[in-house]
Write a protein that binds this ligand. Structure first.
Ligand SMILES: [Fe+2]
Ligand SMILES: [Fe+2]
Length: 214
């Protein structure tokens, strides 16, 4: 494992800061239609709506973290192929962010007040991962996506069968997270040590538990 020296690019930093403000305080706009578009709104009881809104708040929070992780990694990486892959993934994650936020609103829920905190932590984590070199950077991306896939699969199990719209969004996101993971693996992701994978799981557990509630 080698901590690379990298280069500091002011333009990328400024553009990154602009994205921070848009992710945290703007209304994200999806470039593609939501997978829920065209699906009928089921007549859910109050408890199911509250649960679905809380799960989508968790997913929205996860997408905020994804934006920060990928931006942090892209800022630290000097490899064009890798930064292109990270930018493409981050653009799709932006759609996920918009779809999740929209679904939370439709379910009369609210977004997590802790999003700025998660963003800051994830940006720092992504930057550090990026400075360890491309294979570790990609390994971190692949492991993140793997854990998100599992987490989204778990959400499908916790949702009612009748919530067609929420399910469509989660399934759409899960398919793309799997593609992000495969891209990272194709580009040469290394497998992270068990301790790092466990630390990521614990951090995700804290984030998902808190953002389900606040
Ligand atoms: Fe995503
Ligand atoms: Fe992803």
């Amino acid at each position: 494992m080698k901590f690379s020296s990298g280069t500091f690019d002011l333009d990328r930093c400024v553009s990154g800061l602009d994205r921070v403000v848009r992710v945290l305080f703007g209304a994200p706009v999806a470039l593609r239609p939501s997978p829920a578009e065209g699906a009928a709104e089921d007549n859910l009881d109050q408890a199911s709506r509250r649960n679905a809104a809380a799960l989508m708040r968790v997913n929205h929070c996860g997408e905020v973290c994804a934006q920060a992780l990928y931006r942090g990694q892209a800022l630290a990486s000097a490899n064009e192929t890798v930064t292109r892959a990270l930018d493409k993934a981050a653009s799709e994650e932006n759609d996920h962010l918009a779809w999740s936020a929209e679904r939370v609103r439709e379910l009369d829920g609210r977004l997590s007040v802790l999003n700025p905190l998660w963003y800051a932590g994830s940006l720092a984590l992504g930057y550090v991962a990026g400075r360890f070199g491309e294979d570790w950077n990609l390994g971190f991306l692949a492991e993140t996506e793997r854990q998100v896939e599992e987490h989204l699969q778990g959400h499908l199990g916790r949702l009612g069968d009748r919530d067609t719209k929420t399910r469509a969004i989660i399934e759409g996101m899960r398919r793309e997270e799997a593609e992000h993971r495969r891209t990272a693996e194709r580009l040469g992701a290394c497998e992270l040590p068990a301790g790092a994978r466990l630390a990521m799981r614990l951090a995700a557990r804290v984030m998902t538990t808190l953002s389900y509630r606040i």
